[in-house]
Design a protein around this ligand. Structure first.
Ligand code: AHM
Ligand code: MG
Length: 335
């Protein structure tokens, strides 16, 4: 087995962010520091996940529900708190907003100087945790313009173009961190022996078309007819293959590298779909556009959508340009 040689350009995450910005401006330093903190959260969560089956009281449900009425897992709570504790000491982030907290969490001691808000889904695909298959964390960074008076985070209700950075951590056979600061999409692999994320794929571009369609077909009869039209189309044509892992981060990661489309349409029970804009769909949309793909609600670009509350959801069609357009064409036909 050949290890990567030391003379190879062994680029760490923090160095990469600085190189991308090609300056030592305060903003560049801030973004580099923010990504480094996110990476630390990822390492802590990855370590916890890797030993979860050996420890008491780590797997399973807490017995409570989150603000969206979903059963909370102990791992959701752990990962949510990891991000909070990591950013308490960063100075840069005044506020965090996540899937697991009804309102944003303020770090008052950071607020006089902390110019950023971190939005995140601590454990994406948490139903996968107890059976030891892949999960992820999703994040986005937005600039903070002053403190909102009532603490509800109403100033966060803006479109996805306001994101300064976005990405995810995939806890799979290896742990990977994929990010963009608006200058392409780059993937890093955690070398556990070094404790460092090392650059593994730079300037990733998603193919214009791919064979994969990734959707929970168990909801078939709950969708609008146009989505059924699309699924019937792929069933009747050669060259399509289904993949669905129950964690968007993993399904998205496959499509980012191989092309295809991931969908979470609205259902009878959830007309806006399941995925939340601010910390699930918008960060992924930011990445896919940076990689040359697209993200749509079916009728609007995801990055244009302005959420009406912190936990707002929206239907999501994301991936290769041609595949997203194909799904949209069925929606337009029935509009
Ligand atoms: P979560 O963040 O609460 O775990 O929910 C989001 C996840 C996505 O990762 C995944 O694509 C989807 O929910 C799966 O939902 P379903 O089981 O309805 O197909
Ligand atoms: Mg999620």
């Amino acid at each position: 087995v050949r290890e990567y040689a030391l003379d190879r350009d062994c680029t760490t995450l923090s160095r990469h962010v600085l190189q991308q910005l090609q300056s030592f401006s305060p903003d560049a330093q801030d973004l580099s520091a923010l990504l480094t903190r996110i990476a630390l959260a990822g390492k802590l969560i990855a370590r916890h996940l890797s030993r979860a089956g050996l420890m008491e009281g780590v797997l399973g449900f807490t017995g409570t529900e989150n603000v969206q009425g979903e059963a909370v897992k102990k791992m959701d709570v752990y990962a949510n708190e990891v991000f909070i504790s990591v950013f308490k000491q960063s100075g840069l982030v005044c506020r965090l907003a996540s899937e697991e907290m009804e309102k944003p969490y303020y770090i008052p001691e950071n607020c006089p100087i902390g110019r950023y808000t971190l939005l995140y889904d601590p454990i994406d695909g948490s139903s996968n945790v107890d059976i030891n298959i892949n999960v992820g964390s999703i994040f986005a960074i937005r600039q903070q313009e002053g403190i909102d008076a009532d603490g509800s985070g109403s100033d966060l209700l803006q479109d996805g173009h306001q994101q300064l950075a976005a990405g995810y951590i995939l806890y799979g056979p290896s742990t990977m961190l994929v990010y963009s600061i608006g200058k392409g999409v780059h993937a890093f692999t955690l070398d556990p022996s070094l404790g460092e994320f090392i650059l593994s794929n730079e300037n990733i571009t998603v193919p214009d078309h791919g064979a994969i369609y990734s959707v929970n077909e168990g909801n078939f009869w709950q969708w609008e007819e146009s989505y059924r039209d699309y699924i019937r189309y792929v069933h009747r044509h050669e060259g399509y293959t289904a993949r669905y892992g129950g964690a968007m981060v993993g399904d998205f990661h496959r499509i980012l590298f191989q092309g295809g489309v991931f969908l979470y349409p609205g259902t009878l029970k959830k007309p806006e779909g399941k995925l939340r804009l601010l910390y699930e769909s918008a960060p992924m949309a930011f990445l896919i556009e940076q990689a040359g793909g697209r993200a749509s609600t079916g009728t609007q670009e995801i990055l244009e959508v302005i959420p009406d509350h912190l936990h707002a959801r929206s239907p999501l069609i994301i991936g290769s340009r041609e595949d997203v357009a194909l799904v949209e064409s069925f929606i337009q036909e029935r509009a």
